[in-house]
Design a binder for this molecule. Structure first.
Ligand code: DCP
Ligand code: MG
Length: 319
């Protein structure tokens, strides 16, 4: 029969607890507790349980925090995502040193090797002034190849931020004279390399003659400069408005604009604003591309979507 509060069993319990409390050192086992007054076999087993689960919890906690810390460290390497970082952790990798050197047991892609080599530099954001200086150097070399080329610095720089995680450059050319920028990267990239602006290639466009191409690499300002990430994107001239919106961001602004477009029956991407896009009602996957209705300027896209004009510096989430 159960005893009420204040019953014999309860008083005994209190005496047991007091006895354990009075013990000068932390109990390590139930067996050790058995030596104390008022501690019986049942209580000793309970103490064993508590010690065991406590240790297990602590171990689980330590493991989970270690895995989170190491996974985060690895994901800081350019080209390493969550899956790879977790895979490396499960294979015993714990430090950046474990990933390099001849003894290593894992294989890094060429881009990941570059990311690892310049880990510290690439973890840092650059001052706005440095992004501008690198951009100006690139623009001068590009204009030297073809004075009609139009280059714009995008992303966080265009939004007016004080620091930039990378340099995003949009490159295009008016086609009024019947020519385009097609093939310009074939000349521009080696020139930038020779000038010491570009230092490492992460991803080279598969077709350098395509009007729509993306180069990804590392660059620096002078021989002493830190390594910085750079993307150079070439786009067809008539798509520049949509591309300006997309590559100016920020990503949250872009998402909300795309959502507004979708809500109004349009579809917006980096190439333009489309109407008549059909989607699978269940998966929302695009079934047909529809017809392009705006892409040349940012303003016409804002107007059609009935979104009040916002300067680039206004297109950032609150920090
Ligand atoms: N972008 C996007 N969605 C993504 C990635 C990019 O809409 N998943 C767009 C918005 C970004 C722009 O491309 O502003 C440039 O991408 P970046 O990753 O370079 O981002 P930011 O330039 O805005 O910031 P950072 O200073 O970190 O480079
Ligand atoms: Mg950027």
């Amino acid at each position: 029969m159960q005893q009420g509060i204040g019953g014999k069993r309860c008083r005994q319990h209190e005496a047991t607890i007091a006895s354990i409390r009075r013990h000068p050192t932390r109990l390590k086992s139930g067996k050790e507790a058995l030596k104390l007054r008022f501690v019986g076999q049942r209580m000793a087993e309970k103490i064993d349980d508590v010690i065991k689960t406590g240790n297990m919890r602590r171990l689980q906690y330590e493991e989970s925090t270690e895995s989170a810390i190491v996974t985060k460290l690895f994901m800081g390497i350019y080209g390493v995502g969550m899956t790879t970082a977790r895979d490396w952790y499960s294979r015993g990798m714990r430090t950046l040193d474990d990933l390099s050197g001849s003894h290593r047991r894992i294989v890094l892609t060429p881009a990941q090797q570059i990311g690892l080599k310049y880990y510290t530099d690439l973890a840092e954001r650059m001052p706005r002034s440095e992004a501008k200086a690198i951009f100006d150097a690139i623009k001068a070399i590009a204009i030297g190849i073809d004075p009609s080329l139009e280059l714009t610095i995008m992303g966080s720089y265009r939004r007016g931020q004080e620091t930039c995680g990378d340099i995003d450059i949009l490159l295009t050319r008016p086609t009024i004279d019947g020519r385009s920028h097609s093939g310009v990267l074939r000349k521009l990239l080696p020139k930038l390399r020779a000038a010491g602006v570009l230092t490492e290639d992460l991803s080279y466009p598969s077709d350098l003659d395509d009007e729509e191409a993306k180069y990804m690499g590392l660059c620096r300002l002078g021989h002493e400069g830190k390594m910085r990430r750079i993307d150079i994107l070439t786009i067809p001239y008539h798509q520049r408005g949509a591309a300006l919106i997309y590559f100016t961001g920020d990503d949250v602004f872009n998402r909300s604009l795309r959502l507004k477009a979708r809500h109004d029956g349009y579809s917006l991407n980096q190439r333009g604003l489309f109407t008549g896009v059909t989607r699978d009602p269940k998966t929302k996957v695009k079934l047909s591309n529809g017809i392009i209705i705006a892409s040349e300027t940012e303003r016409e896209i804002f107007n059609i979507l009935k979104v009040p004009w916002q300067e680039p510096h206004q297109r950032r989430r609150a920090t």
